[in-house]
Design a protein around this ligand. Structure first.
Ligand SMILES: [Zn+2]
Length: 413
């Protein structure tokens, strides 16, 4: 079959994305659709309805992952899979994750209406809780599915109000019966916005990441001594927030100290009791370290840990460190990455080979199946914010590349 004349319907993709963006629409033009919230449930219901409209076999597994399968001629062959996530950050954007699911849906719709028969089955997927902002860590359900995280451990993750992930799955009616366990996958493609400035800066339409940086998360808890701020002299205070402040700057300085090749960020901090006239006696903050080199990232962490311990001793604020989560760096499948570049070329789009600094479900998928991603430009390089944006032309271009990639893999015997 010649796929050369086949294209997705850009207008339909746009209206699908616009309809999805109404669910949890936020005043600043973004969306707030936290995982397993009522908004997530509404989005899932709409997604499942759309899957059924094109006769896909819908399966929901015990982690709430939603699969829509289109059989091939030979269903003994491993299927091709594509998708991303429908959940968003608090006050997040309309494209992060959603584009990858709606893009794959548009591919499925195009294949369906053109009555294309593929050798292998094609499966579209929505992974539960990719963002990790309500329940840490991120990418938890693809991690369980890939056999890299424990299911019951995932069920017991709690949000800020003490609600458990497993209970919330039941509450919104998406704890399915199918086992969240991997099966052989011939190729996995995740279509996503770049979430960085590179493609826009270079004026390129399609990005083909060679892989994803490693991602290491830590949680730091400090204990101080609370007291009235007025009568308590400066000497001898055990101020947990001051200890935290020193540590946070050490994190920010770490990449330069290590000579580059990594980024390190503190993005979340909780200060207790958080009162202007009480010396803080409890601080919890997070550390996020990413690099292409896992050992290098661990070396940086070991050095930070020593700094933290010194600061905590000097300030008399005992420290507790949790090594919360580590995902190794993910070098994608060379053949599939080249297929992304080659498909972009065939479609007449400019393209660029790069690295993904953001984590994606593709990280876990890459550990069990040949994997690649398709990126399109983020306007201003902004993401995880309400102004996150990508042109409709680029959304369509990426979906066309995804269509080519999926078909080429699904036509393979
Ligand atoms: Zn995402």
């Amino acid at each position: 079959m010649d796929i050369k004349n086949l294209k997705v319907n850009g207008k339909r993709l746009r209206s699908t994305l616009e309809e999805m963006a109404k669910i949890g629409a936020s005043p600043g033009g973004g969306v707030q659709r936290l995982t397993l919230s009522d908004e997530d449930k509404t989005a899932r219901n709409l997604f499942v309805k759309w899957l059924k409209e094109i006769d896909l076999e819908v399966t929901i597994d015990e982690m709430g992952n939603i699969f829509g399968k289109r059989p091939g001629k030979n269903n003994d062959l491993a299927p091709v899979m594509s998708g991303s996530h429908l959940d968003s950050q608090p006050k997040g954007g309309r494209f992060d994750g959603i584009l990858g699911v709606m893009g794959a849906l548009e591919v499925m719709r195009s294949i369906h209406e053109n009555k294309i028969e593929t050798e292998r089955a094609i499966i579209i997927v929505d992974w539960t809780n990719e963002e990790g902002s309500r329940f840490a860590p991120a990418m938890v359900a693809s991690g369980v599915w890939a056999g890299k995280l424990d299911r019951d451990w995932a069920y017991n993750r709690t949000d800020i109000n003490g609600k458990k992930l497993g209970e919330e799955l039941v509450r919104i009616g998406y704890k399915g019966r199918a086992e969240a366990g991997k099966w052989p996958i011939h190729a996995f493609y995740e279509y996503h916005i770049e979430q960085g400035p590179i493609l826009e800066k270079l004026g390129k339409t399609i990005g083909a990441p060679k892989g994803i940086l490693c991602l290491h998360w830590y949680d730091i808890h400090l204990t101080g001594t609370a007291n009235q701020v007025g009568p308590t002299p400066m000497e001898g205070r055990n101020d947990a927030l001051c200890a935290g402040a020193e540590m946070i700057l050490k994190v920010n300085e770490a990449p330069a100290k290590m000579g580059g090749n990594m980024v390190a960020t503190v993005g979340e901090i909780h200060n207790y009791p958080n009162s202007r006239n009480i010396i803080p006696d409890g601080v919890h903050f997070t550390v996020d370290i990413r690099s292409w080199d896992d050992d290098f990232a661990i070396k940086a962490w070991e050095s930070l840990k020593k700094d933290f311990q010194k600061i905590s001793r000097r300030r008399g604020t005992p420290i507790r460190i949790e090594e919360t989560w580590r995902v190794e760096h993910a070098p994608f499948d060379e053949k599939l990455v080249n297929r992304v570049l080659e498909s972009a070329g065939e479609l007449g789009y400019t393209s660029h080979y790069l690295v993904s600094g953001a984590g994606h479900d593709a990280s876990y998928m890459n550990q069990i199946a040949p994997t690649a991603m398709v990126f399109v430009p983020s306007i201003g390089g902004r993401s995880h914010v309400e102004v996150e944006n990508t042109t409709w032309e680029d959304c369509e271009a990426g979906a066309n590349v995804l269509l080519y990639c999926i078909l080429k893999s699904a036509l393979e015997k």
